[in-house]
Design a protein around this ligand. Structure first.
Ligand SMILES: [Zn+2]
Length: 575
C-alpha cells in the first residue's frame, strides 16, 4: 500500500446524492439469527488447481474453524466469491474415508467484500455443537471462473474504466492474477454483509476480520494444467515460496494472499527481481533499469538493505499497482512517469526496512517515499506533503469509536496503517531530528521486536527526550487527535526594536504533540515548536525582527481534529 493509493480510495467516494438512489443490499437481506463472527478460520490447507485454457479454478482442502464466541455453535457460515460454486462440505475424518458429508444450504449473499458485490454463502449444519474454544475441521470443495468484475464499484456510479483499473482480479486463458479478502473471496471467510455505499463499512469489516485472524495460517499448493509446451508458473506473495508452487502465509492479519499465474520469466538485478510475461522482455528490462535507478536514490536516504523488490507483471495495461510487502503487482510497459516512480519508491522503502509490525513497516516505507519526494521537488517539503496526505486520517479518526478502536500498534485498517504511522514517524523526526530517527530505524531489528515498546527503546538510544507520552497517545493507545486552540497572542516591543510575541496555546484534544507555532510578519515567517500535551496549556515566546501580523499554530504536519481555531491576528500597539 502506498500514499497515492488514497487517490484510488477517493475515486470510490461517491457524492451522497448518488448513494441515496442506491438500494442497500444489507437491508434487502432478511435478518437471520446467524453469528457470522462466531468462528475464526485458524488454518487453511488448500490445493488450488488452475486450468487457464478452461478459465477454471477449483479448490479442495481442509479448513479449521475455532468457536471464539461464548456460546456453543451448531451452524457454520462459509462464504466464497459469488462466481464460485460449492461442490462439497464434509466433516474431516482421520482419513478421507471417514469424512462425513454435511448438509448445507448455499445462497447468494450481497456483500462488497468481494469484487462481484456478492458472496456464495453456505450455511452448514454441523453434526454436533462446537463448544466455545472448540474447533472443527471441514473438507471443502468449490470451483468456478473468476472474471474481471467491478460490479461493486460500477453500481456506485464509478465509471467502468476507473472501476476495472482497481478491481483487476481475473483468471483468463493466459493465466491471470487474484488477490484474497477484500477483492476475491477465493478462500472461505465469514463476515456480515457490508456495502461500499455505507461509508467506511467495507474497510472496517475487512480490518476487523484481519484483526481476528492475525494468528491464522493459510497454505495454498498450486497445480497448473497448462497447454502442452507452455511453461506456466504460479507466483504468490508468501515469503520464500519461490518457484515451488506452495505458498504459506503465517498471518492472515498481515498479508492478503494473492497470486499470479502465467508464462512468466524472471530476471534479477542488484535490488530487484522482475517477473514478466515471456513476450514482454523489453518492457521488463526498461522497468528494471528504472527500479535500479530509484533504488540507488532510496538507499541514499536510508542505506540499509533487507531484500529485493519483486515486481510481478499484470496482464492488463492500466491496472492499478498493488503492493504486498516487498512485492508489487503492476502492468509493465508505458513511459517512466512521476506517479509510477513514487509507487516504486514506496515499495523500495519496504526493501530497506523490515518489521513484522504492519504499522511500522508501512510507516517507514511511507516515510522513505516522503523523503524521496522531497528530493524530487523543492515544493514537496515534509509539511506540504503531510498537509496534502493527512486529511483522510483526520476524517477516519472522527468516525472512530475511541473506546473500541485498535491502537496503532494493533491496527489493521488501511488508513491508520498508512497515515497514522506516517504522522507518528514524522512527529518523531521533527522532535529528535531526521538523522537520529533514521539512525534508530537502522538499528531496529525485526527479530528483536518482541514487545510493543521495542521501538521506543531503540529510539531512546538516540535521545534523552521523554517520549513516553507520545508513544502512549499515538501508538500504544487510541487517543484520537490533538486540537490546538490559540488562547492569546500578546506582542511587546523590545528595546532594540524587535518584537516578542507570547503565544498561549491550549490543546483541547485527547493526544499531545509538539506543534509548530508560526509568527507571520510583514517580511516573512518565524517558527518555533511547542510541546502541548493532551488537555493542557503551554506558552511560547517568539522573537521576530519584523512587525508581527498573525499567529498560526500547526503547519499541517500534525493531524488535528479541528483547525478552525488555529489562527489569531496579532495587534501591536505602536504608541
Ligand atoms: Zn507499503
Amino acid at each position: 500500500m502506498r500514499l497515492a493509493n488514497l487517490a484510488n480510495r477517493c475515486a470510490q467516494c461517491i457524492p451522497m446524492a448518488f448513494l441515496a438512489l442506491l438500494a442497500c443490499p444489507v437491508c434487502a437481506t432478511p435478518a437471520l439469527a446467524l453469528d457470522r463472527n462466531a468462528f475464526t478460520f485458524t488454518r487453511y490447507d488448500l490445493a488450488v488447481r488452475i486450468e487457464p485454457e478452461q478459465e477454471r479454478l477449483s479448490i479442495r482442502g481442509k479448513i479449521t474453524l475455532r468457536n471464539d464466541s461464548p456460546t456453543p455453535q451448531k451452524t457454520a457460515v462459509l462464504q466464497i466469491s459469488s462466481s464460485l460454486q460449492w461442490r462439497a462440505i464434509r466433516l474431516a475424518g482421520t482419513t478421507p474415508a471417514d469424512d462425513k458429508q454435511l448438509a448445507y444450504t448455499a445462497i447468494g449473499y450481497p456483500s462488497d467484500i468481494d469484487h462481484t458485490g456478492a458472496l456464495n454463502q453456505a450455511v452448514v449444519n454441523l453434526p454436533a455443537e462446537v463448544p466455545p474454544q472448540g474447533t472443527v475441521d471441514l473438507n471443502v470443495a468449490y470451483e468456478g471462473n473468476v472474471h474481471r468484475d467491478a460490479t461493486r464499484l460500477t453500481r456506485l456510479a464509478l465509471p467502468a474504466d476507473l472501476a476495472t483499473r482497481s478491481d483487476w482480479d481475473a483468471l483468463g486463458t493466459h493465466g491471470g492474477a487474484m488477490r484474497g479478502l477484500g477483492y476475491v473471496a477465493w478462500y472461505p471467510v465469514s463476515l456480515e454483509a457490508v456495502s461500499l455505499s455505507d461509508g467506511n463499512a467495507v474497510f472496517a469489516a475487512i480490518a476487523a476480520w484481519k484483526g481476528r485472524h492475525t494468528e491464522s495460517q493459510l497454505k495454498a499448493s498450486f497445480t497448473l494444467i497448462t497447454p502442452v509446451g507452455a511453461q506456466y508458473r504460479a507466483i504468490c506473495n508468501a515469503p520464500g515460496s519461490g518457484a515451488t508452487g506452495v505458498c504459506e502465509y503465517a498471518s492472515l492479519g498481515n498479508t492478503v494472499p494473492a497470486f499470479a499465474v502465467g508464462e512468466y520469466d524472471s530476471s534479477s538485478k542488484a535490488n530487484s527481481v522482475v517477473d514478466y510475461f515471456s513476450d514482454d522482455a523489453g518492457a521488463a528490462a526498461v522497468l528494471s533499469e528504472n527500479v535500479e535507478d530509484l533504488a540507488l536514490k532510496v538507499r541514499a536516504i536510508f542505506s540499509a538493505f533487507n531484500s529485493k523488490l519483486e515486481l510481478v507483471e499484470l496482464p492488463e495495461a492500466g491496472s492499478a499497482p498493488w503492493e504486498s510487502g516487498t512485492m508489487l503487482f503492476l502492468p509493465f510497459g508505458g513511459d517512466r512517469n512521476a506517479h509510477r516512480d513514487a509507487i516504486l519508491a514506496h515499495s523500495l522503502g519496504h526493501t530497506v526496512f523490515a518489521s513484522n509490525r504492519p504499522w511500522l513497516a508501512e510507516g517507514v516505507a511511507s516515510l522513505v517515499e516522503l523523503l524521496w519526494q522531497r528530493q524530487q521537488s523543492a515544493t514537496a517539503t515534509v509539511p506540504a506533503q503531510l498537509s496534502r496526505l493527512l486529511p483522510p486520517l483526520v476524517e477516519a479518526e472522527k468516525s472512530l469509536d475511541a473506546a473500541s478502536a485498535a491502537p496503532l500498534v494493533r491496527a489493521t485498517d488501511d488508513v491508520t496503517l498508512r497515515l497514522k504511522s506516517l504522522a507518528v514517524l514524522t512527529m518523531l523526526r521533527d522532535m529528535i531530528g531526521e538523522e537520529k530517527l533514521l539512525a534508530a530505524l537502522k538499528q531496529y531489528r525485526a527479530a528483536d521486536d518482541h514487545d510493543p515498546s521495542y521501538l521506543q527503546s531503540v529510539i531512546a538510544k538516540q535521545t534523552t527526550r521523554d517520549l513516553e507520552w507520545l508513544f502512549d497517545d499515538w501508538i500504544y493507545r487510541e487517543r484520537g487527535l490533538p486540537d490546538f486552540r490559540i488562547e492569546s497572542a500578546s506582542p511587546r516591543i523590545t528595546l532594540n526594536g524587535t518584537y516578542i510575541v507570547a503565544v498561549s496555546l491550549e490543546n483541547i484534544g485527547t493526544a499531545g504533540a509538539e506543534v509548530p507555532v508560526i509568527i507571520h510578519t510583514d517580511k516573512g515567517d518565524v517558527q518555533q515548536r511547542l510541546e502541548v500535551r493532551a488537555k493542557s496549556k503551554a506558552v511560547v515566546r517568539i522573537e521576530v525582527p519584523f512587525l508581527p501580523l498573525q499567529v498560526i499554530v500547526n503547519d499541517g504536519s500534525i493531524p488535528e481534529s479541528d483547525i478552525s481555531n488555529n489562527r489569531m491576528d496579532v495587534k501591536v500597539d505602536l504608541h
